[in-house]
Design a protein around this ligand. Structure first.
Ligand SMILES: C[S@@+](CC[C@H](N)C(=O)[O-])C[C@H]1O[C@@H](n2cnc3c(N)ncnc32)[C@H](O)[C@@H]1O
Length: 480
């Protein structure tokens, strides 16, 4: 039994009304990209609106199906004076923050798959409170760790001798026994260094993998000494691209044999222990060695997309890539329901590009309007960023941004949806709200008759609400 401390909830921020909120496609902002890349034909979604309604809708189709959730909520501020310093209008008090997160985390838990993991960035001041809330909802047993990320390296703001250079990353599983962060322990006993290689201990690794594409990962490699020509084994691909072969040769990762016996491959592929993510970085100090995940890195990334004037303090793409890669497979569904500038979307797309994955993302951000983004964050930043990195072009067809000079467009499809609402009246544009929802959201042929449709919609909406309450009361009982 443990005692709950420190919680102060504001009165419930969302009132359940009779209005039904549903997702409706925004045709103007949605797009498909025909760029040939591992992301091709993968459907991703950006939901514009309050994540409370978005999560309720997502529960209908994605209950127990999301592999990774990353959230970066607005941090609670202690007093109104600090509101002005934040970049979004809805800068909130801590009590607001806790009250807002509470029902959303309950829904997030229901969306997570049985081996799913949720990550939450949070600052030093709010960490303790938000951790208690997570403990309450996910259960202390499911707490994996509180990793810290280095946010900056400057010291000139250390007026009082205190210079906070990190923030927290709370990590929880849905079921701890199902999760292996950083893909579990590795056995390093077979890593040796018989040739005194300056890069350290290594093993001979399989240079082929099941995943890959014919265009990028199927080609011949010729041994310059013996002329032996190798292709990937049947049904497999090289686990590197043509472009990286030369750098692997230069770095000594691909070593050609001077003599090749019948049936042997003409080269060996060395995997160094130092190349393994598990040893290169650990989760308790993200970016402290290499400054890879500083806030300024994320800012530079937005600058390269010509969006830096519209959004402050985005996370860095590599930070989110590290998180996703640490705990999920290549087909993972990733959700970020405080998506802000859309860093998580870009991270998913880049991971697929890097390892031929088939991951997809669902992002949600409200369309908060600030002086920086008069049309709202979703319109001025999130959708524009995704359009630029996925297609290599802006919505108006121009491509006057630096990122595209250094990168190839990442590809993939984006469905942008708004949260629409209809009154719970029988006659809405000559349709019942259920017909409207069904037609808009679920397609006309899902049910044979209107009675079934109504029953289904009612049950699903009610179920969501009911299980929220049940979840709450059973958790409270467990913790008593
Ligand atoms: C700290 S920012 C996230 C930044 C993001 N990680 C990035 O890299 O750009 C939090 C975002 O959540 C959005 N937000 C706040 N409350 C929300 C809500 N109730 N529903 C949806 N989005 C919300 C804010 O507009 C803000 O853009």
């Amino acid at each position: 039994m443990y005692k709950k401390t420190g919680f102060h909830f504001d009165v419930r921020l969302e009132k359940d009304t009779n209005k039904i909120k549903y997702l409706s496609k925004n045709e103007n902002l949605s797009f498909k990209s025909d760029i040939d890349s591992p992301n091709k034909n993968i459907k991703n979604q950006l939901i514009i609106g309050d994540n409370y309604d978005a999560l309720k809708n997502l529960l209908i189709n994605y209950r127990n199906q999301i592999d990774v959730i990353y959230i970066d909520p607005p941090y609670g501020k202690d007093d109104m004076g600090q509101f002005a310093e934040t970049n979004y209008n809805n800068a909130i008090t801590r009590d607001n923050l806790l009250s807002m997160l509470y029902p959303r985390l309950q829904m997030a838990k229901q969306l997570l798959s049985e081996d799913g993991v949720i990550f939450c960035s949070i600052d030093d001041k709010n960490q303790a409170y938000v951790k208690c809330l997570f403990d309450d909802i996910f259960g202390e047993n499911n707490f994996l760790m509180d990793a810290i990320r280095k946010t900056k390296s400057t010291t000139n703001d250390a007026k009082e001798g205190i210079n906070i250079q990190h923030e927290s990353l709370l990590i929880y599983s849905k079921k701890r026994e199902n999760v292996s962060l950083l893909h579990g322990e590795k056995d390093f006993t077979n890593y040796k260094n018989p040739d005194n290689d300056p890069l350290g201990t290594w093993i001979i690794a399989d240079p082929s993998a099941k995943s890959g594409t014919k265009e990028n990962n199927y080609f011949s490699i010729t041994n310059p000494y013996t002329g032996t020509v190798d292709y990937p084994p049947e049904g497999r691909f090289w686990c590197f691209s043509k472009n990286t072969v030369q750098s692997h040769i230069d770095s000594g990762r691909i070593c050609f044999k001077k003599e090749v016996n019948e049936g042997e491959r003409g080269f060996i592929y060395k995997r160094y222990k130092n190349d393994l993510r598990t040893t290169k970085r650990t989760f308790d100090s993200l970016g402290f060695v290499d400054n890879l995940y500083l806030n300024q890195v994320g800012t530079k990334e937005l600058k390269n997309l010509n969006l830096v004037d519209f959004f402050k303090y985005p996370k860095s793409v590599n930070f989110i890539k590290e998180i996703i890669d640490s705990c999920s497979h290549k087909n993972a569904k990733i959700l970020d329901f405080f998506a802000g500038s859309g860093t998580t979307g870009q991270a998913v797309l880049e991971l697929n590009r890097d390892d031929n994955g088939q991951r997809s993302f669902i992002l949600c951000t409200n369309n908060e309007k600030t002086e920086m983004n008069p049309n709202g964050i979703a319109y001025d930043v999130t959708s524009k960023r995704l359009k630029r990195v996925m297609t290599g072009e802006c919505y108006d067809g121009s491509n006057d941004f630096k990122w595209i000079q250094d990168n190839e467009a990442l590809g993939g499809d984006l469905e942008v949806v708004d949260i629409s609402e209809c009154d719970d009246v029988v006659d809405f544009n000559e349709m019942s709200p259920f017909e409207l929802i069904d037609e808009t959201l679920y397609g006309l042929d899902k049910f044979e008759n209107i009675a079934d449709k109504i029953k289904w919609v009612c049950e699903n909406f009610k179920f969501t609400m009911k299980s929220l309450d049940e979840e709450h009361s059973s958790n409270s009982k467990e913790n008593e």
